[in-house]
Design a protein around this ligand. Structure first.
Ligand code: NAP
Length: 266
């Protein structure tokens, strides 16, 4: 299938690793110009080096999505050096504060909501004018299975990701008539640094190996992930790329689960 995104310009937040990095790679492979962002200049440089084959169509700017002035600077730099975006992938996120509700501090709540919900709000506000100007646009938010299936020990993350579903659905109503389509992707348990960290902590807690921690997590916490393994970042990136493309020209306001069946409801 031809995605027909050659020549489009995309920005991916949280592109220095995991799903964001793979999304950048897939979009570059499809012929798009890609702007990668991440909060850490060294991590970002390392990611850019790994994509050196695409250096002519790759830009990178560091920006922390919780810092309004950094997002404004990012938007100004992109406008001056790259131009208006056609595609925005709001991928940056953290797992954030864990524990039962009464164990999580106010700071834990504030930080998680700030990165995972307000970050995408800031970035979208900054880039929406350019997307609207172009008359053709795609915005994809990376939510999570947790949005519709809250786990009691990660409620700040669940609430932030549920907020993204609502935000995306609302935006999809406002801007579709201008050609800007908005959708969400909801992965579950993908092999990235985020779940590496979770599984390392679980292995330590259980005095088990990393692989045993994954196996017990799948068995005990994600019983409906029928494929019985972690997903690969590119398995999410391909769905994101589809939603960023001409091939998805009639897809708006939807939420694509990329979770091997983890969400048990119809
Ligand atoms: P990851 O490898 O840890 O990537 C997260 C990315 O977000 C990194 O590039 C990170 O940069 C960046 N980031 C973190 N805080 C930021 C901030 N304040 N400002 C800007 N960028 C920031 O994790 P991932 O698994 O690929 O996660 C990508 C997205 O998928 C997230 O939204 C996550 O919630 C979602 N998701 C993941 C899974 C999963 O199982 N992995 C499941 C459902 C949803 P640094 O590395 O430099 O900090």
């Amino acid at each position: 299938m031809d995605l027909n995104i050659r020549g489009r310009t995309a920005l991916v937040t949280g592109a220095s690793s995991g799903i964001g990095f793979e999304t950048a790679r897939v979009l570059l492979n499809e012929g798009a110009t890609v702007v990668m962002t991440g909060p850490d200049p060294d991590e970002l440089k390392d990611a850019v080096d790994r994509l050196s084959a695409f250096k002519d169509s790759l830009f990178a700017y560091d920006a922390d999505v919780t810092v309004a002035s950094a997002v404004d600077r990012l938007a100004a730099d992109v406008a001056a050096e790259v131009g208006d975006l056609d595609i925005l992938v709001n991928n940056a996120g953290i797992h954030g504060a864990g524990g039962l509700f009464h164990e999580i501090s106010q700071e834990g709540w504030d930080r998680t909501i700030d990165v995972d919900l307000m970050g995408p709000v800031r970035v979208t506000r900054a880039f929406l004018p350019g997307l609207r100007r172009g008359g053709w646009g795609r915005i994809v938010f990376v939510s999570s299975e947790d949005a519709v299936q809250p786990y009691e020990d990660e409620l700040p993350y669940c609430a932030a990701k549920a907020g993204l579903l609502s935000l995306a659905r609302g935006l999809s109503r406002t801007y579709a008539s201008e050609g800007v389509l908005v959708n969400t992707v909801s992965p579950a348990f993908i092999a990235t640094p985020m779940t590496d960290e979770m599984m390392s902590a679980r292995a330590k807690e259980q005095n088990s190996t990393f692989d045993e921690a994954i196996a017990s997590f799948l068995r005990e916490e994600r019983p409906f992930m029928e494929l019985g393994r972690r997903g690969r970042p590119e398995e999410v990136a391909h769905v994101i790329a589809f939603l960023c493309s001409d091939a998805a020209s009639f897809v708006n306001g939807s939420n694509y689960r990329v979770d091997s069946g983890s969400v048990a409801t119809i």
